[in-house]
Design a protein around this ligand. Structure first.
Ligand code: GLV
Ligand code: MN
Ligand code: MN
Length: 417
């Protein structure tokens, strides 16, 4: 049986592993706090009878063998890395629910045909190296390019590959994390909604039908560092004047493109960053999302044109780099229908919905059928310390997934045998 007190205990334990105690969760990939969270979870997985291992990308797994060890794996999990000063439920809720499902299966003593794996994904947020969904991308063949390992850096100038090495992983072996086609039967993720819809509609469970597409773009504007007192206003190449014009025009450009197209500039770095120097370089990101890939393409092209048009008369140069591009995905009806069937049996009302947040499930969709379940977020708040979801709702979602996993791991559902 799913036990809410164990879910609460695990989430409270994980909340201790943060670089910003008292100021929300800051737990970036390959850091000491993430190590402590992984160690805690590995201990819980072992106690639940799982065989624990880490793949070449750092994804942490707990495996429950099936009667047919060669059968494709039913995978369930989420991530434990966070944004800067984020909340304690984003990702962690799904990981803790997956571990609790493993405990419940152990207590029930139920064998399944297919193996089941609990997964803790690496660097979903992209908070440390810019491009998220890292662990799931590493599992797909299209995965992670060698350049991404050497050319993406954290704020301290440490590359992704160097951070992996310091964490005991070998970046040259990352392709060993690839899961060959046909070896994963399904991927299930439980997540907090991170928005206000379920709470407003009075539902405890949302069954996600589609996930928006997203693109993370990094723009750098190049001007010239000059003395702030001696350089006449008409002789400056001020990168921040250009960047601020661009940033201020992003909302109006995006609003013309359709109702659920959104774009956010969440990082702005000014160099040299001194009160008495004309800014020489400004780096900023644009997080662009929409449910239609054509709209994303159109928006990206319009944004790029706008950058060029603003830079040119100001005598500024720019670079434009796409750090991450993931297409919108439909989750598929089969798993959604199984979950809904379980909910109906248990008398739980569910709501079909879209996800505006990105999730590892959208990448795993390249490998296998996926399921994504949401539980309500209080006041719709997320990516901030106020983020809250009720433990009882997470337990309810875990309970639905327990039955769903038993169905899938006994050969029914997509790719059933
Ligand atoms: C993940 O939280 C995302 O949607 O950026
Ligand atoms: Mn998040
Ligand atoms: Mn998340």
């Amino acid at each position: 049986m799913i036990r809410v007190e164990r879910i609460k205990r695990d989430l409270e334990a994980l909340a201790q592993f943060t670089a910003t105690p008292g100021k929300g969760i800051t737990r970036m990939a390959f850091t000491p706090e993430e190590r402590r969270a992984r160690d805690y979870l590995a201990g819980e997985m072992k106690a639940a009878g799982l065989e624990v291992y880490t793949d070449a990308a750092g994804n942490l797994f707990g495996r429950r063998p099936g009667k047919n060890p060669k059968a494709a794996v039913v995978m369930v999990g989420s991530h434990i890395d966070s944004v800067q000063n984020g909340g304690r439920f984003d990702g962690a809720a799904g990981v803790v629910a997956a571990v609790e499902i493993a405990r419940a299966l152990q207590e029930l003593g139920k064998e399944t045909v297919h193996p089941i794996e609990v997964v803790v994904m690496t660097e979903e947020e992209g908070s440390r190296f810019g491009a998220g969904l890292y662990g799931s991308r590493a599992m797909t063949g299209e995965g992670i390019s060698p350049e991404e390992l050497t050319n993406t850096f954290d704020d301290e100038g440490i590359s992704n590959g160097e951070a992996m090495k310091a964490f005991g992983l070998d970046p040259d072996k990352i392709r060993q994390a690839v899961r060959p086609a046909g070896t994963v039967k399904a991927f299930l993720e439980l997540h907090i909604e991170q928005g206000p819809i379920l709470e407003a509609a009075g539902f405890k469970i949302g069954i996600v039908e589609s996930i928006i597409g997203l693109r993370t773009i990094q723009v750098v504007i190049y001007g010239s560092a000059d003395h702030a007192g001696t350089t006449p206003m008409d002789m400056r190449r001020d990168a921040l004047v250009g960047a601020s014009k661009i940033v201020s025009q992003v909302p109006s450009l995006i609003q013309k493109l359709g109702e659920n197209t959104v774009a956010t500039v969440g990082i702005l770095q000014v160099k040299p960053g001194c009160a008495n120097i004309v800014p020489a370089e400004v780096k900023f990101t644009i997080d662009l999302r929409a449910s239609d890939n054509e709209i994303i393409e159109k928006a990206a092209a319009k944004l790029k044109k706008m950058v060029a048009e603003i830079c040119s008369p100001l005598n500024l140069e720019y670079s434009w780099e796409e750090l991450l591009a993931v297409q919108p995905v439909a989750t598929g009806v089969e798993i959604a229908n199984i979950v809904e069937g379980v909910a109906v049996q248990k008398g739980i009302d569910t709501m079909r919905m879209q996800s505006g947040a990105g999730h590892d499930a959208m990448v795993m969709a390249k490998l296998c059928p996926i399921g994504l379940l949401f539980v309500p977020s209080k006041n719709g708040k997320s990516h901030c310390p106020e983020e809250w979801s009720d433990y009882e709702d997470i337990a309810l979602g875990a309970d639905l997934y327990l039955e769903t996993i038993l169905t899938l791991a006994n050969g029914q559902g997509p790719q059933g045998d």
